[in-house]
Design a protein around this ligand. Sequence first.
Ligand code: SF4
Length: 485
Amino acid sequence: MLHLSDIKKYDRCDKYYWFSKQIAVPYFPFATCNYNIYDLTKQYFMFQDVFEGQRGDDPAKALEAMKDHMVLMNARFAYKTLRVTVPFLVLEEKPTLILPYNACFPKEHEAQKIADMCFVLNKNGIEIAEILIVHLNADYVRQGELDVRACLAVSEYLYNDKNKAHHKAIDLAQEHYRELDDVIEVMENLPDLSQVQKKRSSACTNHFKCDFFYHCFPNDHHDTSILNLVQSQKKYELLDRGITDMAMVIDDVIEGNRYQYAQIMAAKKRGLFVDKMALHTWMKKLVYPLTYLDFEWETYVYPPYDGMKPFDVLVFQYSMHIQKERQGKCFHEQFLSKGDCRRAFIEDLIAKIPKTGSIVVFNAVGAEALRLQQLAVQFPEYEEQLRQIWTRMVDLSVPFSSGLVYDPRMAGEYNLKKLLSLFSDLSYENLEIAQGLEAVRRWRELEQGSEESQKIEEALYAYCGMDTYSMKVLIDFLYSQLTPA
Ligand code: SF4
């Protein structure tokens, strides 16, 4: 039995599809989906007398239901071995497909999947004349009960990468329409591809690294591999020319990118590359006392509390290490709570954070600074004090992400945990929580009233505290690079 998600995988790469059938990949939702979009869509359109399909339904059931229902939800249809679940099918004068998305701007790349769904419906004698996209309204601000008609938006369009609506879903579906007989035939008879050697391509790393990347290329990721050259249009061409390692690159292939330059220089000298002048300029931004600050948060698809918008986050924890002077001792402050703790979080943070000095954050712009800006919109009475905090933030990722400091062992990555393991003897290995998604998972358990609440809280304190202490260690490391040996 094939599903549309299988076809999508096969389109990306036949071996990717083949692996997906052999190896289960665990899925962890980055956001909590706190409402059911199918129920909300039903409410939005005030649908009555809806046929609701169930998992495992015989496709004949949906065809039968069409005789006495105008609206079908989650109806199963099939063509040969391909099964599709159709979110909403409205059988009025013009059969209409209604597709709900837990997203603010469902993207045009959905078009192929929609076209393939139309193909199966077509083979069942249903010609879709209209497609409506139901999505979240990015501007909706919750006040009181969730207002379904304000929270959801209905559009005939899908959105491009800049969230602009240029093309109707029905037009895109027609453009992408294809006969799937051959694809089904090939997919049904796919041989064992495990030993088939594939050439690495953009399909392996586009948007996200393929789940089976290291199955396909187990020896391909040595630290200075040419394929670890970041933001390079030329790396596959270089590989084809036999340039397998960054150390083999001649300078004229650098694409005007400082990070690439640092990568190549570090590979050639087989060790740490430091642009001391640029690093010195960056370090001059730091003003003591230094506050190393880190937040943990949960993302909600639907705003759970007043003043929040779709996909807003709830910051539930902070850790800060405060260092009054260089090489001085660090003091630690922390906060952790559950439920709607936004006001308590803001007040505790404002009360404890030093009023002067730099606030060192890792990836500040897209994370901690943004979180405070969102809280300032939700609680305008604290805007000035929060602004005082985010405007003092200095992003510690910058020296590592912009080529001021590069170690070949970074292999094109610069996350906090990796840097800590490279530039100190410390690591997250012995912590019960060792990465951000796990922190969110454990907090969800806490929120749901876990009996292990004390243990979870301790683990969360240890994890977030490690993040801020790691920043202090990295700042020490950067200073050491400016000090003459
Ligand atoms: S790593 Fe590339 S070749 Fe291998 S399965 Fe994934 S997409 Fe296909």
